[in-house]
Write a new protein. Structure first.
Length: 286
């Protein structure tokens, strides 16, 4: 079950970068992200409450809200903003900094990840550098830095997930996180002057937004929260190495992007990095 859930995160989240690009073509970025998480969180909360699993202490609720501000709001929200000027494939590549951030945070906290874990991160970054050498689009000077800042927020939320007192039911945790993050993005979007013009929203944006609600949030985000409680954090963070490959493949299929030699070599290095980190962390758990 846990490996299947991680597989969902690997594959589905790789597709969300392109879906975000289509969504913000005619929707305001922060409001599109906020309403996406609010709707998904509300639907999940109703299901969890119906099954009697929404109970939690005040401390657990506070932890859930904090993680919601770090993951959906900070992490995803900044990516949505950046994709106004950053290509979806490049955004996915830059988010791959998450495992590096996580390993550094673990080291600062006094943990000592296996040497192979460091090697896997290094190889993954080399693979990403090779991918970046092949042009994936034109971006503004600030866009890539916003994505890297988003990756830091996501890594911090990932790191803290295993250290905070959170609800035992991972789906209750996921629901509160999405509601908190969605509410924050919506408030900030409205404060920034964003408004929705329904007549201007294209069919492709509606379809992409709906895909993000159902698959990107309800399915993939809930799977992510679940595996954080089941697998080592460095293993979970390797999704950031696989997502760019999915994003590049979808770019070729749906956006007529080309695949060069650097992308092929980089992709192979990324897969090797995932294998090394997963194997090292599994040995640490046994």
């Amino acid at each position: 079950m846990r490996w299947a859930a991680l597989g969902v995160v690997y594959v589905v989240w790789g597709s969300t970068y392109l879906a975000i690009r289509f969504t913000i073509e005619s929707m305001p970025p922060l409001l599109s992200g906020g309403t996406r998480f609010l709707l998904a969180g509300a639907l999940l909360a109703l299901v969890v409450a119906w099954r009697g699993g929404l109970r939690m202490t005040r401390r657990q609720f506070g932890s859930s809200v904090l993680l919601g501000l770090l993951l959906p709001a900070w992490g995803n929200g900044l990516v949505v903003l950046a994709e106004q000027s950053v290509a979806s494939g490049l955004a996915a590549l830059l988010v791959a900094a998450v495992p590096l951030y996580v390993v550094v945070m673990r080291r600062v906290a006094g943990e000592r990840p296996a040497g192979v874990t460091y090697a896997g991160v290094a190889i993954g970054l080399v693979g990403l550098a090779a991918l970046l050498l092949d042009d994936v689009g034109t971006s503004s000077w600030w866009g890539p830095w916003v994505v890297l800042l988003a990756a830091f927020g996501w890594a911090l939320g990932t790191f803290l997930s295993g250290r905070l007192d959170t609800p035992a039911n991972p789906f209750a945790l996921s629901a509160v996180e999405m509601l908190a993050g969605g509410a924050a993005l919506t408030v900030v979007g409205l404060a920034a002057g964003e408004r929705v013009s329904f007549g201007a929203i294209t069919t492709s944006s509606w379809v992409a937004w709906g895909y993000l609600v159902v698959f990107g949030s309800l399915l993939a985000f809930s799977s992510y929260v679940y595996v954080l409680g089941q697998l080592p954090v460095s293993t979970v963070a390797t999704y950031a190495y696989v997502n760019p490959i999915i994003a590049v493949v979808l770019g070729v299929w749906l956006a007529d992007e080309r695949v060069g030699v650097f992308q092929l070599v980089g992709g192979l290095l990324v897969v090797l990095a995932v294998v090394l980190v997963v194997r090292a962390e599994r040995k640490c758990r046994t």
